[in-house]
Write a protein that binds this ligand. Structure first.
Ligand code: TZP
Ligand code: MG
Length: 222
């Protein structure tokens, strides 16, 4: 199992609006202590300068833990702060272009990570061909965190996507402690990416711990 595949088992995606007033950096650290292996900074409403400053701050905090920080949407900011990679969707610049741009960043002298959001097997195969390192498959279950999606793809959608490619796939959208085991049972699915079930929890660390232990237990039985 590659490094990134292990790190993706519990993938925290941020949204400052969902921390219930708590400082984002502190929440991210709590999640990491609870077992999140990778973090994506996704702040749709943040002005670029603020987004970059937040990214730089999180990088500083995460480096000692060897937790990769992935920047959502903004390849330019990922390059500027020397983040570990970027994550793009189907309406962002094509993955092939993103891959080319990202080659200019050398986080720790390592290859930068490119993640791509997909909703079906065809998009997954294309993203793999374009040079994605991992895929986010969703929206799995109904969620209020993302508003611009057409329909949910369910666990079945995640299963088809994971079976269609060789790179790691994480499920995203509406995942919580009541449904994560169903996903962990899917062959070759690398992990789950979550926003609200972690960031809005009363105890962020405990919530991450619980999600990770459910994942670990259900995925080793498959
Ligand atoms: N992409 C697909 S669903 C989603 C994103 C960013 C939001 C997931 O948030 P939550 O709170 O885990 O449902
Ligand atoms: Mg995007």
């Amino acid at each position: 199992v590659s490094d990134i595949k292990k790190q993706l088992a519990l993938y925290l995606v941020t949204d400052r609006g969902l921390t219930r007033g708590r400082e984002l950096a502190a929440c991210v650290l709590e999640a990491v202590w609870g077992g999140a292996g990778m973090v994506q900074l996704r702040e749709k409403d943040a002005p670029a300068r603020e987004f970059a400053a937040l990214a730089a701050r999180l990088l500083e905090l995460l480096r000692p833990h060897a937790i990769p920080l992935i920047i959502n949407d903004r390849i330019d900011i990922a390059l500027a702060v020397r983040a570990d990679g970027a994550h793009i969707g189907q309406s962002d610049i094509p993955a092939e272009e993103a891959r080319r741009l990202l080659r200019r960043v050398r986080p720790f002298g390592k290859r930068p990570i490119l993640g791509v959001s997909v909703k079906n097997a065809a998009e997954a195969r294309q993203a793999e061909k374009d040079g994605a390192d991992y895929l986010g498959a969703g929206v799995i279950y109904p969620t209020e965190t993302k508003t611009d999606y057409q329909e949910t793809i369910g666990a079945e959608g995640a299963r088809e996507i994971a079976a269609a490619v060789h790179i790691p796939v994480v499920a995203i959208g509406g995942i919580n402690k009541t449904n994560i085991a169903e996903l962990a049972a899917i062959p070759r699915l690398a992990g789950a990416a979550l926003v609200s079930a972690i960031l809005s929890a009363d105890d962020i660390r405990a919530s991450a711990q619980e999600l990770k232990s459910i994942w670990d237990e259900a995925s080793c039985r498959r």
